[in-house]
Design a protein around this ligand. Sequence first.
Ligand code: ADP
Ligand code: DP6
Length: 327
Amino acid sequence: MKSEWVRAHTNIALIKYWGKENEELIIPMNNSLSLTLDAFYTETKVTFDENLKTDEFYLDDMIQDLAELEKVKTVLNIVRGKAGIKARAKVESHNHVPTAAGLASSASGLAALAGAASLAAGLDLSERELSKLARRGSGSASRSIYGGFAEWQKGTNDDTSYAVPIDDANWDIGMLFIVVNDKKKEVSSREGMLRTVKTSPFYQGWLNTLDADLSAIKDAIDQQDLHAVGAIAERNALKMHATTLGANPPFTYWSPDSMKAMDAVRDLREKGYSVHFTMDAGPNVKLICKQSQLAEIKSHLLKDFSESQLIEAKPGPGLHVVSKLSN
Ligand code: ADP
Ligand code: DP6
């Protein structure tokens, strides 16, 4: 058995996953498509130990309570089943991304765990099997197995729902994060999407337009058409966020600062930059722009936001073992 540090990077969806067909297996309602990023990641090590009485999960050196252990346990139990082992595990993880703030810690966190746990159990899983395993912890984690653009194909059951690589994103595309709040959000993605599916009359409207968005963005990626990629992603995100206002009880992930960030993006577009935004289950805003213009766009935003709120990201790599922890 090999206990090694495994690193997975976060990914941001350009076509969002929002709603499950099967809650337990995490089969989504629709395909989603994302870009894995270099700036934010998780490093995780798993050690199976016959002497442990329960699974233990340390996140940034702090022991986590039972609620936080839930998703982790799901992945560990599947790995134990596949490997035929009974030992409990110690999970040590370090997030180089704020946790539960809409910056996709669940994607990098559960993908790194899938990699580290399967390695520690002596399983030699393919990327596709790793994607399915990560999916059971958190849906978006299925896409973080791959670098660049990945599509999570919804499938119909546990075996057919996994992500596939689409394009290595080795062209002039980047993301700039405007972090307006990095504290834990009130409505988790899991709870927010469930409430929306169950109660929002707008949910069906959202689903109806997804096939068209997905095929248009795949064409745009093929053509390396940054403007079209951004425009489709922005429309898709706004539609997703519209569904939450129709939920009962209604909710929104937007804050006044999110709106300020969206306005700043529109101003930049008027100045002639190809820049669009997307948002996830949190108030932070992610800009899609040319990688070669990240610094220039950031300098414009410094009149409204502080240096520490603005984080530049380039396309990042897939899951991999690291020889030592980063600082
Ligand atoms: P986010 O926007 O950060 O993805 P979510 O609410 O979707 O927010 O997910 C946050 C949850 O993901 C945490 O409460 C925890 O359960 C899980 N998580 C985050 N980081 C890790 C990690 N490094 N290892 C395992 N699980 C993690
Ligand atoms: C808005 O993958 O965190 O970021 O599967 O319940 O763990 P669970 O949800 P999660 O949801 C991510 C939602 C999103 C959109 C996306 O990443 O596609």
